[in-house]
Design a protein around this ligand. Structure first.
Ligand SMILES: O=C(O)C[C@H]1C=CC(=O)O1
Ligand SMILES: [Mn+2]
Length: 372
């Protein structure tokens, strides 16, 4: 008898950040992880995570909606079904529930983790096999203070933890943001690369002015300068400037990626398991990007270790991440809920070993940080 899914538990876990993390739409002091524990009739447990940024500030799913929609709608679609049929189960979720990509990503991760444990294979093997076991990871400077960001960048460089930096801008007037970014780039010089993420904050005309100045300051990549829905504007910016554009909020899944490429976009796509409804959807977007000659970037919604590990297993199967990755989420958090943290070093992170995600929970820490 093949194993069936017996229960699915969801927990909200609130973890403080090491410092305020300032984005165009919110400033974070805490991150809320939605942790999924899926138990199968053969005793195997699969772990998953669905995490967003700033409640409803970043996107249409909040931690509370993710938990509630899994509990009320998505989990009942899976309970009693054959646990190994990951693709069929994932299609079942899409057939009966619209949207809710983050909730679906958490469940797909838990299904893959359980299946990997059952077969004794790492999750990357289920996704085609790892081509890399160490992935590059940048750091996001977003304290809101120029001098503090510069200090932080030099610390990270000296630790050999990160040598590429992403600056979060768009909350301030464009001239102030440009001054901030140019000062950091000037302080770091050739020792580090600097890119920016505007998180949709600019109109197209502001973007033209801001990007011209950022390009002159030596910034290497401009992430999501305009609204996610402004595909035509993003294409115009990509054609206008030498500095490449990175589409993030504009491309959730393979269909978005196809539409943007067909509209004439060139540059790079940020892959996120949360946007694409799971690791498999994110890899489908990667296929479209590769077919269109668009570069790949391993993105995060600032997940903790479980969501980050799931993403790493997916990115490890790709031939190349031309723009590296930002899988630093766990490093932004003061504490963790896993027994063994991910191994960061040499400007990147190791792909975890062992079956499934290769991650085990620390039950005491989980109980301590779980919301009651
Ligand atoms: O890229 C985003 O939009 C979300 C995120 C990734 C890194 C970070 O600091 O925020
Ligand atoms: Mn982004």
């Amino acid at each position: 008898m093949s194993s069936v899914i017996e229960s699915i538990e969801t927990l909200l876990v609130d973890l403080p950040t090491i410092r305020p993390h300032k984005l165009s739409m919110t400033t974070m002091a805490c991150q809320t992880l939605v942790i999924v524990r899926l138990r199968d009739s053969d005793g195997v447990e699969g772990l998953g995570e669905g995490t967003t940024i700033g409640g409803l500030a970043y996107g249409p799913e909040s931690p509370e909606s993710i938990k509630r929609n899994i509990d009320s709608y998505l989990a009942p679609l899976l309970i009693g079904q054959s646990a190994s049929a990951v693709a069929t189960l994932r299609a079942r979720l899409d057939r009966h529930a619209r949207g809710n990509a983050i909730a679906k990503s958490a469940l797909e991760t838990a299904l893959l983790d359980a299946q990997g444990k059952r077969l004794g294979l790492p999750m990357a093997e289920l996704l085609g096999g790892a081509r890399h076991d160490h992935l590059p990871v940048l750091w996001t400077l977003a304290s809101g203070d120029t001098a503090r960001d510069i200090d932080e960048a030099f610390q990270r460089l000296e630790q050999r933890r990160h040598c590429d930096f992403k600056l979060k801008i768009g909350a301030n007037a464009v001239d102030d943001d440009v001054r901030h970014v140019a000062a950091i780039k000037a302080a770091l010089g050739e020792r580090a690369s600097v890119r920016v993420d505007v998180n949709q904050a600019w109109s197209e005309s502001t973007a033209v002015r801001g990007i011209a100045a950022l390009q002159a300051a030596g910034i290497e990549l401009i992430e999501q300068p305009v609204s996610a829905r402004e595909h035509a504007g993003l294409v115009r910016l990509a054609k206008r400037f030498e500095v490449p554009m990175l589409a993030d909020e504009a491309v959730a899944d393979a269909r978005d990626g196809f539409a943007l490429a067909a509209a004439g976009f060139s540059g790079a796509y940020a892959l996120k398991i949360a946007k694409a409804g799971g690791p498999r959807g994110a890899l489908a977007l990667a296929e479209v990007a590769q077919a269109a000659g668009i570069g790949l970037y391993g993105g995060t919604l600032l997940e903790g270790t479980i969501g980050t590990a799931a993403s790493l297993h997916a990115w490890a199967t790709l031939p190349e991440l031309a723009w590296g990755s930002e899988m630093f989420g766990p490093l932004l958090l003061k504490d963790d809920i896993v027994a063994e943290p991910l191994a960061y070093g040499e400007f990147g992170v190791e792909l975890p070993k062992g079956p499934g995600l290769g991650i085990a929970l620390d039950e005491d820490k989980l109980a301590h940080y779980a919301r009651r």
